[in-house]
Design a binder for this molecule. Structure first.
Ligand code: HEM
Length: 235
């Protein structure tokens, strides 16, 4: 039988012809990425303990290559699935009626919900910059952690991060990035809870407030790093 142009040809992907399965997978991968944001934030907060904090964190991370690569692989898979489904759902919604929901839709259209594809694009683009900057360390070779060793011979992640955020343009770019992350999470978090059947008309206002708190928490905690460095509070 001929396959409709929009249908998945591989049988293992057939489940993704189901709009509810697509939304559920988007919600689950989104929550996985929010989990990464929490873990990454805890690691980044060690910057406030000085070079002895974040340099130990960086060294410990790289001392276990199989675990690091397994974690990176899992995160990349979540990211690719989430982005691919986000683009697919947005394109499908443009040519057809919005996809039907398994449960009644209680969410209001907001600025955050209407701009999900754009905040997603900003997050992905600046993420590429971030990885070139801090992981591959090819953008500012003079202050790359692998080039500057600390007094104990460890890659100096502390000096790399502090030197980067002393540049106002770089600090500002990260603030814009965090704003996009917060906006994206503020809608994605409660929309995902609803998709997974965890929100009802009664509980949705509570989840909406929780989503706003999670988004504000990420914004304040992540932005505190470039802001405190630019303000000269961390040297
Ligand atoms: C002020 C905010 C942030 C700071 C200071 C920061 C710092 C860092 C540092 C130092 C690394 C390199 C770790 C290493 O290889 O030793 C890194 C890697 C990374 N960061 Fe961030 N980060 C921030 C925000 C974010 C955000 C918001 C995201 C996600 C949207 C993110 C995603 C990543 C990813 C995917 C990597 C690569 C991890 C790996 O190498 O396995 N970061 N970050």
């Amino acid at each position: 039988m001929a396959t409709a142009p929009n249908e998945c040809t591989c049988s293992c992907l057939k489940v993704l012809d189901n709009p509810v399965a697509k939304k559920m997978l988007m919600a689950l991968t989104g929550f996985g990425l929010v989990g990464f944001l929490f873990i990454h934030l805890i690691g980044n907060m060690s910057l406030y303990a000085g070079p002895g904090g974040i340099n130990v964190y960086g060294q410990t991370l790289h001392a276990l290559p199989p675990i690091v690569w397994a974690f990176r692989g899992a995160m990349l898979l979540l990211f690719v699935i989430h982005v691919w489904l986000g683009i697919k759902v947005t394109l499908e919604n443009q040519v057809a009626r919005p996809t039907p929901y398994a449960r009644r839709e209680y969410l209001k259209v907001t600025f955050a919900s209407r701009t999900m594809i754009w905040t997603g694009a900003v997050i992905a683009l600046i993420l590429v910059y971030h990885i070139l900057h801090f992981t591959i360390q090819m953008l500012y070779p003079d202050t790359a952690a692998n080039a500057l060793k600390d007094v104990l011979g460890r890659p100096d992640v502390y000096t790399m991060v502090v030197a980067s955020f002393k540049k106002a343009g770089v600090a500002l770019l990260y603030v814009v990035w965090m704003f996009a992350v917060a906006l994206h999470v503020s809608h994605g978090f409660h929309s995902g809870l609803q998709t997974l059947g965890l929100a009802s008309e009664k509980t949705l206002p509570l989840w909406t407030r929780l989503a706003l708190c999670v988004a504000a928490f990420f914004f304040i905690a992540y932005t505190s790093i470039p802001a405190s460095i630019l303000a000269g509070m961390v040297n």
